[in-house]
Design a protein. Structure first.
Length: 335
């Protein structure tokens, strides 16, 4: 079957489907042909550009369910990491922190869930129902495999002169009435400062506005969010700017390079497209989202991915609980 992406933008009611041509290297969008970008956590290994052939306003779900299932493989064998392993990794990360350089790292894990005859259309529709303000997506390509999720996080959106991003960091139970703690406030500040600094360095502008942080809800959890916007006096290369931003400290950590090195050396698996980014790159604008709150779909089930931001104030047990909450949220959509 053809490569495709089904998507429901935040705040929109209906889903659309874009059919994609084979990956094209070093291409740029034209007024007639937009590009769909899929990037992995490590863009040096995973960065694919697809020409958008057609956008369909109605999705033939029976065709999608049938044809995707025909092309899926089984879940590759791997050992899901234990609570003991994860909490030890949190403590190891904290022991490496240097408060002037390496102050945060985002650690993730994955877990298989075996399911007979999964209907991905049902999962997509349930994600749309539960998360009206998320970017809900179902991506299938021969290079990436099949991914489905509802991401709350925008990486970059805008046109050639004006862009915006968001800092979404810090997580608590939705019903937790306590004030946000120092750990969550620090996580939020690290991400906000990083994005604002990249805008200052990469754009010809002094017009940067920062709004927040404020509280937003996402199912059973809530986050701190800050909006960052910038205006440039020269045309912006939107894909290059997205690559410069990615991965933000919201999915990697800070110091940027040290956090990424720690993840690649100690996390114990290849994230591939989890915590990467994807989206449409048009001739005059782009909208790129971070691949979060997602699962990889296989013939015999799914692999769930989740993570937590670790700072010097982190409590290993609490960080494990955060990943459990996020994983249970995804798991509940499958029931």
């Amino acid at each position: 079957m053809s490569d495709f992406v089904i998507f429901r933008y935040p705040g929109f009611q209906y889903a659309e489907m874009a059919t994609l041509s084979r990956a094209v290297e070093y291409s740029r969008p034209t007024p007639e042909v937009p590009i769909f970008v899929v990037a992995g956590f490590d863009t040096s290994q995973f960065l694919h550009l697809y020409a958008v052939k057609e956008i369909l306003r109605e999705v033939n779900w029976s065709y999608v369910d049938r044809e995707v299932r025909k092309n899926l493989v089984g879940i590759p064998p791997f050992e899901a990491k234990s609570k003991e392993w994860f909490t030890k990794l949190v403590e190891k990360a904290k022991s490496r922190f240097d408060q002037s350089i390496f102050t945060k790292v985002v650690l993730s894990r994955k877990s298989p869930v075996y399911i007979d005859h999964l209907q991905i259309s049902d999962v997509f529709k349930e994600l749309c129902r539960r998360y009206p303000n998320a970017m809900v997506f179902l991506l299938y390509t021969k290079k990436t495999g099949c991914w489905i999720g509802a991401t709350p996080e925008l990486l970059l959106s805008g046109d050639k002169l004006q862009v915006k991003s968001m800092s979404l960091a810090g997580t608590k139970y939705e019903l937790d009435p306590s004030p946000w703690g120092q750990k969550e406030l620090l996580e939020q500040k690290i991400v906000t400062d990083y994005i604002a600094d990249v805008f200052r360095e990469e754009l010809h502008t002094h017009q940067i506005s920062v709004t927040g942080p404020y509280e937003v809800h996402a199912g059973p959890v809530k986050h701190l969010k800050t909006d960052i916007q910038a205006v440039s006096t020269e045309y912006i290369d939107l894909l290059s700017l997205a690559q410069r931003l990615h991965p933000t400290p919201a999915v990697s950590g800070h110091h940027h390079q040290k956090a990424k090195e720690f993840i690649l050396s100690h996390e114990g698996y290849d994230r591939r497209y989890y915590t990467g980014f994807f989206g449409f790159w048009n001739f005059d604008r782009a909208d790129f989202f971070v691949n979060l709150r997602s699962m990889e779909v296989f013939y015999d089930g799914v692999v769930l991915y989740t993570g937590a931001g670790i700072t010097a104030d982190s409590i290993a047990e609490s960080e494990w609980r955060e990943t459990e909450i996020k994983m249970q949220t995804l798991l509940s959509v499958l029931r």
